[in-house]
Design a protein around this ligand. Structure first.
Ligand SMILES: NC(=O)c1ccc[n+]([C@@H]2O[C@H](COP(=O)([O-])OP(=O)(O)OC[C@H]3O[C@@H](n4cnc5c(N)ncnc54)[C@H](O)[C@@H]3O)[C@@H](O)[C@H]2O)c1
Ligand SMILES: N[C@H](C(=O)O)[C@H](O)COP(=O)(O)O
Length: 339
């Protein structure tokens, strides 16, 4: 009987590089098993196109890992897949992959889910409002507050707002949201990353953190009072700092994470530091979910030029989180037994 935990990897948009990078997960000699969720024929065709000739095996929960074999949880695409060419008819398939992975983590069949990239636009074109895995999985699991955090290049960058038009960002920020985001970030840095007293630096929203109200009021009205409230609760939260100078070694050496106010305030820095090796982690969920730092790269699908480093990093990160959780659980059990 095999007891190694399964990590489920959704192969994402079939016309993108998701299938390409998932094929690189074959044969890892690891303390866990990997199952790729996707259409077996699509993965087979991509394997042949890339000259990889990976042996694909139908997923069986009790299967022992085997060198050179990739376990596939087959879900069928609706329309033929051409690398690089999006098809709205396959949008439901992409969501099916997420739903199946979610079902597996919800029952405990999978210890974590790792996601290859999806194309948000084509899912919307198919008539399904979709702004990202983060929001989709939060809704699916009825989680009120999740936080997107990317890690790489020695940095952790979390976001107060995620996939919003820039025009909507300032209106979305309010004390309750920021308080919840900081509480979730602090909680998960402690419980999922083992950081006893996480130090969080918070960016301002406006240039020069609002220049004492002359360049915007969100720092005075929202960010500073929330930071003060967090500090009163004993959290090591500092700011708001002007975002243009926050990402400097002299600042970051005293930080476990930076909280940026919006997507393109924080992520360009993170991706400059580590694109291709970064990991996207959804904090606040009742299960472990990590992802790649890149998108569907339609230009590279089937070319052999897609780098799987970020997917490998996301898988390794998911495993570290699973192992840490098991360690914490064992510790808690031992503690309870000793009472
Ligand atoms: N985790 C996710 O699901 C995720 C993450 C980011 C973007 N996206 C989505 O992907 C789609 C395309 O986004 P984009 O064009 O802004 O970004 P992208 O990451 O797909 O591409 C940006 C550039 O990086 C290159 N690139 C990306 N991944 C690479 C890899 N693994 N190896 C080598 N080069 C790589 C691409 O060829 C392109 O030149 C959008 O719909 C976006 O929303 C999804
Ligand atoms: N914001 C992410 C990034 O830039 O890498 C990406 O769009 C994926 O987000 P989800 O994990 O929510 O799909």
């Amino acid at each position: 009987m095999q007891t190694l935990p399964w990590l489920a990897v959704t192969s994402g948009e079939p016309a993108g590089i998701g299938p390409d990078v998932c094929l690189d997960l074959v044969g890892a000699d690891a303390p866990y098993r990997v199952v790729v969720l996707g259409d077996k024929a699509v993965l087979q065709a991509r394997s042949q196109l890339l000259g990889k000739n990976v042996y694909l095996r139908d997923y069986q929960p009790d299967a022992a890992p085997k060198a050179g074999v990739l376990d596939v949880y087959h879900l069928p695409v609706a329309a033929a897949v051409v690398p690089g060419q999006l098809a709205a008819a396959n949008a439901a398939y992409v969501l099916d992959l997420l739903d199946a992975a979610y079902a597996g983590v919800a029952t405990g069949e999978f210890a974590a889910m790792v996601t290859a990239p999806v194309h948000k636009g084509i899912i919307n074109d198919a008539g399904v409002p979709f702004s990202g895995h983060t929001e989709y999985l939060a809704a699916k699991s009825h989680t009120e507050q999740v936080v997107m955090m990317l890690a790489g290049g020695g940095l952790r960058v979390a976001l107060a707002t995620t996939h919003l038009p820039l025009r909507a960002v300032a209106d979305a920020l309010n004390p309750a949201l920021l308080q919840q985001v900081l509480a979730t970030l602090e909680h998960d840095l402690r419980t999922k990353f083992g950081i006893a007293a996480p130090r969080i630096l918070v960016a301002g929203l406006n240039p020069h953190a609002g220049e004492q109200g002359h360049l915007g009021h969100e720092e005075i009205d929202i960010i500073t009072p929330v930071i003060a409230a967090c500090q009163q609760q004993g959290m090591a939260v500092q700011g708001p700092y002007p975002a243009d100078t926050l990402f400097q070694p002299f600042m970051l050496q005293h930080a476990d994470a930076v909280l940026a106010m919006y997507h393109d305030q924080g992520l360009p820095v993170l991706k400059y530091a580590s694109f291709g090796r970064g990991v996207n982690i959804t904090l606040g969920l009742p299960f472990i979910r990590t992802s790649v730092d890149h998108g569907t790269a339609l230009d590279l699908a089937g070319s052999g030029r897609a780098d799987s480093g970020s997917l490998q990093a996301a898988l390794a990160c998911a495993w570290e989180m699973v192992a840490a959780q098991a360690g914490f659980a064992a510790l808690q059990k031992g503690h309870a037994a000793s009472k």
